[in-house]
Design a protein around this ligand. Sequence first.
Ligand code: ATP
Ligand code: MG
Length: 489
Amino acid sequence: MMVFHSIRTKLTLWYTALLGATLLGFGATAYLLTRSILLNNLDRSLRNEVAWVNEFIEPKARKVRLKRAALLELQELKRAATALSPVDSLDVATVETDQIWNQIYQHTLLSPRRQFIQILDRNGDLLYRSPSLEDETISFSYIPYRTINIVTIRDEQNRELRLASTQNDYVKIVVAYPLEDLNEALGDIFSNFGYMAPLALLVSIIGGWFLAHKSLKPVDTLTTTARAITAQNLSQRLPRQKADDELGRLTETINNMIARLQESFAQIQQFSADASHELRTPLTIMRGEVEVALRNKRLPKATRELLTSLHDELIRISSIVESLMTLVKSESGRLAFRFDNVELHRMVGEILEDAQILAGSKGIRVAAEQIVPVTLRGDAVRLRQLFLNLVENAVKYTPNEGAISISLHHENGNAVFLVSDTGIGIPKKEHKKIFDRFYRVRQDDLPDAGGSGLGLAIAHWIAQAHHGTIEVKSQPRKGSTFTVTLPLS
Ligand SMILES: Nc1ncnc2c1ncn2[C@@H]1O[C@H](COP(=O)(O)OP(=O)(O)OP(=O)(O)O)[C@@H](O)[C@H]1O
Ligand SMILES: [Mg+2]
C-alpha cells in the first residue's frame, strides 16, 4: 500500500514508538521510585513505632510482671476508646498492666496508619494485640534482640504485611502494616497514567503526521515538477526553496543537473543541425550535376545506368537530411507552425490520388472507405506530410496485389484519419519503437524496403504539435492500421 511507502508514515510511526517507549520507561521509573519512597517512609514509621513501644514498655515491665490480658483487652480497650473510662473492675496488678495496654492503644489511635501491634512474652504467649488485628495472630519466628528487623511477610489471610520487630528481656514486639494500603495509594497515583498515556500517543500520532506532512510537502511539489520535465522542456527548473536546508540543497543540485543536461542536449541539437545544414548544399550541387550529366543523349548505357542509380541515392540522402533538419528544428522549437483552417477532407482526397499513383506500379488497390467533411485548425503543409508518410509506408510495406484503405471521420470531437493495409505487419513488441528516430523493424525473411526510419518520428511530432495522437494496430503478415486522432478545437 502507498501509505506504507511514505516517509511521512514511517516518521509518524517512529515518533509514536519512541514516545510510547519513553512514556512506558518514565511511568515505570516513576512508579518504582514512588513505591520505594513510600516504602521507606513506612519503614521509618514502623521502626519509630517499634522503638516507641519498646521504650515505653521496658521500664514498666521491670516493675510489674506483665500478665496476659489479651482476652480482656479487646472489650476493655474498645470501651476505653469510646468512654475513655478507667478500667476499674480488676485487681491492682491487672489494673496496672491494663493501663499499660491502654496507653499503647491510645498511642495507636493517634497514629495515622492502620497498623497492627502484637506483643508476646518471652515464651511466645500473647500479651497484647491491637484491635485492628481482631483475632488474628501474626506468626513470625525470627525476632532480633535489641535491634529492629524489617521484612515483608504474608499473614494467615494471605495479605502482604510490612513488619518490624524487636525483643528485649521481657517482651517480643511486632508492628506491622498491610502493604495493600500502600499499593492502593500507588494505584490512585498511577491510575490516571493509564488514560493519559494512550491520549498522549494519539496526540503524537496526529501531531507527528501533521508535522511530517508539513515538512515533506515540498518534496511532493519537487516530484511533480521534476516528473513534468522532459527533453522538450529542459529550460524548466524546480521551484527554488526558501530555506537553505536539505531540500533547498537537493533542489539546487537537481536544477544544476538539469542545466547540464540542457547544455548537452543543446550541443547535440546544434551538431545535428550543423551537420544536416552543411550536407544540404553539396548534395543539391551533386544532384544538379548528375541531372546535367544525364541530359547527355550520347552517354553509354552502363554509365547512364550508373548515373541514374547515383541520382536515386542522392534523392534518398537528400530526403534523409531534410527529415533530420525538420526533426532537429522541431526539437529546438525553431520550427514555427502556421495554423489555419484546414479542410481535411480535401487534403485526404488529394492524398488518395497520390496513393493511387504510388501504389499503381505494385498493383495495389487503394480505396477510400469513408471521407466526411472535417475542418480544423492546423498547419496544412505539416498535416499533409503526416498523412503522406503513413500512406507511403502502407505502400512500401505492402506486397504486390495487396490493398490499402483510407478513411476520415469524426469521433468524440476529434478528426480521425485511418490508413489500413494488408502488408507485412509489425510485431507487437516493436509497436512503441517504430516512432523513435532511425528505428526500422528488421524482419530477416523479408527484403529491405529501404528507408531511414524517420518518417514515423516526424508523423508523431506533427500529431503531437496538433495536440493529437498517432497509434498503430498491427499483426505480422496480416497488415497494419495507423490511426491519427486530432482534436477539432
Ligand atoms: N504500414 C506498415 N507496415 C509494416 N511496417 C511498417 C509500416 N509502417 C512503418 N513500418 C515499420 O516501421 C518502421 C519505421 O517507419 P518509418 O516510416 O519511420 O521509417 P521508414 O519507412 O523505414 O523510413 P522513412 O519513412 O524515413 O523513409 C519501418 O522501417 C517499418 O519497419
Ligand atoms: Mg516511412
